[in-house]
Design a protein around this ligand. Structure first.
Ligand code: PMP
Length: 445
């Protein structure tokens, strides 16, 4: 039982957002659950965006909010970046999609393979979900094995194979050193469940034991090197080293899901820790704000898609894969990302986390801040968070109160109270964020 209440925050939100309330009422009559995307939903109803400029969202009630979510980390240059907009306009005038390749696809692939150590060959999809699903399928085709290992709490999109042990009912999930797979979605069959082995994040010893035990059946180990769902907790280097070591020589592929962590630097997280996977899943920033995903890896693994000499092991199509609108937006974005830009957003992230955490200590409230690089997570606990289990047990009422407090004070973060810095987040926006955090601490202390 929480000692808090978010009733007054809900009332304030409802009062400031009448048009959005009306639109959501309509939406529920035509969209299942009122939306197409759970991450865009929150209680009492989401606000509807009219337009966005750089780091600001303007909703249909005229509210302006600083965007610290950036479409789930994808908008690394913020909204409506002029060069991205110009590239899209120019492409739209020449046609938006053809059943033919364009030079832009080769250019973006050249850029990515030149930057990401593990990616010798890449293919594009339209979502990170698809990118992960195909990387797993490729690993199965290449190794001839069927199981995958994933971390407890790891999020890899919405395909059925990875909709397991994401948000997990711990009463059904076994012990910390022998975690059991639990479906995180309806429609996951017992057969799919039987193909998934769970390892605890940041527990090298257990991961080594579980992977070794199943290595003859394992096609791949899939890991988010920074676990987003628990507030962007970075994997210990020793954990990633262990995964690399146990996969090596066992015909088990190590797959990093860098859909989000590619924004940590030109080569993603793998380049910063220099522990290189066999395959990497991509998404978010590489599409410059357009729908995108991708995956890549060693040339010999990626040859399962090769149709030049014989029928490919995996016949991979997709009407909009590598479409020129996405490729042009991606190129226009990635070409603006100098080392200086990565360094600045990472440094701003570090500064912000430090300030917020210090302030929580100062007001002596049981809140804390996690994260790495440009990512942050606002936690309603002061206990250390290292993995899925240690992130549970937070006060859910306080979490919702915090989220609504930020919304009512002109700041948008994810409905899990996580956020990120983009290249257009300036010192002023950071200062405003700190101010709103402080007013929340004062409110609850
Ligand atoms: N993997 C990770 C680590 C992600 O964060 C996401 C999206 N949040 C996905 C995969 C799925 O990407 P998409 O939403 O584009 O399908």
């Amino acid at each position: 039982m929480s000692t808090y209440s978010y009733a007054s925050e809900t009332v304030a939100y409802e009062q400031a957002n009448p048009r959005s309330a009306a639109r959501f009422a309509e939406a529920q009559q035509v969209l299942a659950g009122g939306n197409s995307r759970l991450t865009a939903y929150f209680k009492p109803f989401p606000f509807y965006v009219e337009r966005a400029e750089a780091c600001e969202l303007i909703d249909i009630d005229g509210n302006r909010r600083l965007d610290f979510y950036n479409n789930a980390t994808s908008l690394i240059l913020g909204h409506a970046n002029p060069q991205v907009a110009a590239a899209l306009m120019a492409q739209a005038e020449k046609g938006t999609a053809y059943a033919n390749p364009t030079e832009s696809e080769v250019a973006l692939a050249t850029l990515l393979t030149g930057q990401i150590p593990s990616v010798q060959r890449v293919r594009f999809t339209n979502s990170g979900t698809e990118g992960v699903a195909l990387a797993i399928q490729a690993a199965r085709a290449y190794t001839g094995k069927s199981k995958i290992a994933k971390t407890e709490g790891g999020y890899h999109g919405t395909s059925d194979t990875v909709s397991i042990s994401v948000a997990t009912d711990l009463s059904r999930a076994g012990t910390a050193d022998a975690p059991q797979p639990v479906p995180s979605s309806g429609g996951v069959t017992a057969r799919t469940l039987a193909d998934v082995v769970i390892i605890p994040f940041n527990d090298s010893e257990t991961a080594r034991r579980v992977i070794t035990e199943h290595r003859d059946e394992l096609a791949a180990v899939v890991v988010e090197p920074v676990m987003a769902g628990i507030g962007y907790v970075q994997a210990d280097t020793a954990f990633l080293e262990t995964l690399r070591e146990v996969c090596d020589g066992q015909n088990v592929l190590l797959i990093y899901d860098e859909v989000q962590t590619l924004r940590m630097g030109p080569g993603g997280l793998q380049a910063t820790v220099d522990i290189i996977p066999d395959m990497t899943c991509l998404g978010k920033i590489i599409g410059g704000g357009m729908a995108v995903g991708g995956f890549g890896g060693r040339a010999d693994i990626m040859s399962v898609f090769d149709a030049r000499e014989h029928a490919p092991l995996i016949p991979h199509g997709g009407t909009f894969n590598g479409n020129p609108m996405t490729m042009q937006a991606g190129l226009a974005t990635m070409r603006q990302l100098s080392q200086e830009v990565y360094d600045r957003i990472n440094e701003y992230g570090t500064t912000l986390r430090h300030q917020l955490d210090e302030m929580a200590r100062h007001y002596d409230v049981p809140l804390s801040v996690t994260g790495t690089a440009s990512f942050f997570g606002l936690q309603c606990t002061d206990q250390p968070i290292r993995d899925y289990r240690s992130a549970q047990g937070q006060d859910r009422v306080l979490q919702q109160k915090l989220f609504l407090h930020f919304l009512n004070n002109g700041i948008y973060i994810s409905n899990k109270n996580t956020g990120n810095i983009s290249a257009v987040t300036g010192r002023e926006e950071m200062a405003r964020f700190v101010e709103v955090w402080e007013s929340f601490l004062v409110k609850i202390r």
